[in-house]
Design a protein around this ligand. Sequence first.
Ligand code: FAD
Ligand code: DLZ
Ligand code: SF4
Length: 539
Amino acid sequence: MVFYYVATMKTLRLILGDQLSHDISSLKDSNKAEDIILMCEVWNEATYVKHHKKKIAFLFSAMRHFAKELKENGYKVLYTKLEDEQNTGFFKSEMARTLKQQKVEHIVVTHPGEYRVLEDIKGWATNFKIPVEIRTDDRFLCSPEEFALWAKGRKQLRMEYFYREMRKKYNMLMKDNEPMGGDWNYDSKNRKPPNDDLVIPEPYCNEIDEITREAMSLVAGHFPDHFGDLEPFYFAVTRQQALQTLNLFIEERLPNFGDYQDAMIEGEPWMYHSHISFYLNCGLLLPLECVKAAEKAYQHGKAPLNAVEGFIRQIIGWREYVRGIYWLEMPEYAKKNFFNAKHNIPDFYWTADTKMNCLHQCVLETRKNAYAHHIQRLMVLGNFSLIAGIDPVQVNEWFLSVYADAYEWVELPNVSGMTLFADGGYLASKPYAAGGSYINKMSDYCKNCNYKVTKKNGEDACPFNYLYWDFLIRNRDKLESNHRIGMMYKMYDRMGDDKKQAISNDSKHFLTVSYTHLRAHETREDRGWRGGGGKKNGG
Ligand code: FAD
Ligand code: DLZ
Ligand code: SF4
């Protein structure tokens, strides 16, 4: 049957928790007098991985503020709160409940951010016998179709080439068709180690209003066993507040963003980063407005090129690139395990109870803030997962639950592709494996550590040092031909037998005896999670 869209028909417009943008495609052509907007807090979304308490409170508060703004703008909004008696706990069953109560002829939704949700929604037209229109999410700067065209025929994808196309497409930092300053990428200028003289501005801190207070008490009551501290709560929860965060970043942090992008200092979780990923990923900020604000700061001489280019690259480059890969490669991408890594994730990823100070600090900050900056995620938490050989399913579940900016489209490629090299080098050209000296160079963590970063072997040697070599040796057949890492095997071959034996013994000891604080972690598969509709599974 051919379905003809009639502009006046009553439409149900579903807005998901990460679609809090007033210009979202699902709201375009709305008829405010007729249409119904549906938003719902559902148990399944909060628990399919056990999200950080702060993340749930943030999102529920932002959703409630957004619904309020929609109502003030004249929309008819149906909003299901988590505690509502009739709440059925899933998107699909909430949709079914709404359709029983409301006579609508058409469902409109913007393309969701996660594959499992898309698959669910794709079934609704048949389930509910009603046309379902899934619209492109035009907040992103590159559609999945455009990315697929770019990727077509390439054996390996490289962010750098994709990024150059995006720079040209959006005319960002370009002059006469050439990159501003002559180079496309100033990454080599963005690796200054931290020093004692750095003055790091205070981070944005929002006052808690009644809506946020309610969301926080709901989380405290319903999710006490989830990881993370609920308080103090300081996130922005409206677009106006998110814009303030962006402006503060542009004025106070951007000038140093480039130089100290990779630096880590104990007790300084925020550094010169922007802390806007929470807002970008749920729609309170839009990528183009963020990069334009940074470009303007450069044009007005308020921030140097290495900082502005670096920031713009993260957003129009990395962010769009990982999303492109996600939609191109799902669902197979979630199963990738190139190194066949099988270790359980250690308990200290949840408790912070480890003698390794770098990991201790990064987990503590994650627990407190639902945030860690990129190098903490990549070179401390991620690097350890890689060289200790932790199962990618468990690592992904951890990263997806603990960060307030984590949605699978962005988390999975960063973890499985960039960090664990679980895709065998499709996203990144080499694994980001490193010994302790990298962490020592870029941070002050080693000063307060129980281990000695300069020691390569023995009981008090930094575990990163021997695990790094052990990782290379365990995976020699898979990595030796990699031109960016192959030379390390020549170094290993030149080592004496005693040294090689020490690496092997220390690693074995660490990964068995010292690693006994492992627990058999229950994964979402173990809990019988299947996604899709069904009945409420708790509360
Ligand atoms: P800044 O350093 O200030 O960067 C500016 C913006 O650029 C960020 O807000 C973000 O939108 C974008 N960006 C930067 N790097 C990346 C990247 N690699 N991929 C996508 N966008 C990027 N980012 C998420 O948004 N959600 C995640 O779940 C997530 N998981 C990650 C897991 C691992 C193991 C790693 C290594 C990286 C992950 N990232 C993730 C990317 C990056 O670490 C965060 O985007 C960044 O730390 C957010 O902090 P910020 O806003 O202060 O970023
Ligand atoms: C992350 C999240 C959480 C915790 N809760 C909800 C919710 O109750 N309702 C909702 O619409 N969205 C929530 N989200 C965000 C969704 O998980 C996200 O919209 C989907 O994963 C699609 O990207
Ligand atoms: Fe981390 Fe090793 Fe430094 Fe300790 S010595 S902080 S374990 S890198």
